[in-house]
Design a protein around this ligand. Structure first.
Ligand code: FPP
Length: 241
């Protein structure tokens, strides 16, 4: 492992979220179309999934397409959707080799039918793998997720005419992936320092790691460096030190 000595097993984050930023700038710097950056971003995602699995990360959330990304040009949106339909299920040998189970968060209903089918297909294809669970956040927005959660509860309650106040645990259990623990660590590449609507309910106590390196340049050792940085932090969840 890179760095200074082995990581303590207890100090490895269980759930890591990644905001994979910088694909466009990576391509522009090489006078390539932005789509080449996304293509390289996909390769980086595979490297990091492998690194995460090897490090003992059990859950990895990748922010692949946000509810705000629809505002990009039609060509770029089409390319990103094509990347999903063209590659997601084709990577089955990779999922099998690394032991990756894929799940999804976000509003599946509002994605094109081909993308929906690809996502449902990969979820079914990888159900039996269990070394790492990779959450593909696609058409995902934190506020949108909370709203959908509240609306699910509201609909259920209308049926049952239930009138007790809603508590935090009920809301959490209606989120897209109720069995996922909150992220311990959120990594953002590409130099920006914000969450951009990523897992905003779940990140209340996440440790944040920002890095200037653009996503397509990320490799195995970058992931290890982030985990090592996390392992040195003291977390107190609002309690005293
Ligand atoms: C942000 O870079 C990246 C995205 C909006 C797309 C993320 C997609 C990938 C990394 C491909 C991997 C896909 C899967 C299915 C795992 P940006 O375009 O905002 O870059 P910029 O800030 O330099 O313009």
């Amino acid at each position: 492992m890179a760095g200074d000595g082995p990581l303590e097993p207890g100090s490895v984050p269980t759930h890591v979220g990644i905001i994979m930023d910088g694909n466009g700038r990576w391509a522009t710097a090489r006078k390539l179309p932005r789509s080449s950056g996304h293509q390289e971003g996909l390769e980086a995602a595979k490297r990091i999934v492998r690194a995460a699995a090897d490090t003992g990360t059990r859950y990895l959330s990748l922010y692949a397409f946000s509810t705000e990304n629809w505002n990009r040009t039609a060509d770029e949106v089409k390319f990103l959707m094509g990347l999903v339909t063209g590659y997601l299920r084709k990577e089955l040998p990779f999922y099998q080799q690394v032991g990756v189970r894929v799940v999804h968060s976000g509003d599946l209903k509002r994605l094109p039918r081909a993308v929906r089918n690809e996502v449902k297909g990969v979820i079914a294809d990888t159900r039996q793998f269990n070394r790492i669970i990779v959450n593909l956040a696609l058409n995902y927005g934190g506020r949108d997720e909370i709203l959908r959660s509240v609306n699910r509860i509201w609909k259920r309650r209308l049926k049952d005419s239930e009138a007790t106040p809603l508590d935090a645990d009920q809301l959490r259990r209606s989120l897209d992936l109720p069995d996922f623990p909150d992220p311990d660590l959120v990594i953002r590449t590409g130099g920006e320092r914000r969450l951009s609507n990523f897992l905003i309910w779940q990140c209340a106590y996440a440790e944040l790691y920002f890095c200037d390196k653009l996503w397509p340049d990320w490799g195995y050792d970058d992931y290890l460096a982030a985990v090592r940085d996390y392992s040195r932090r003291k977390r107190n969840f609002g309690g005293s030190r």
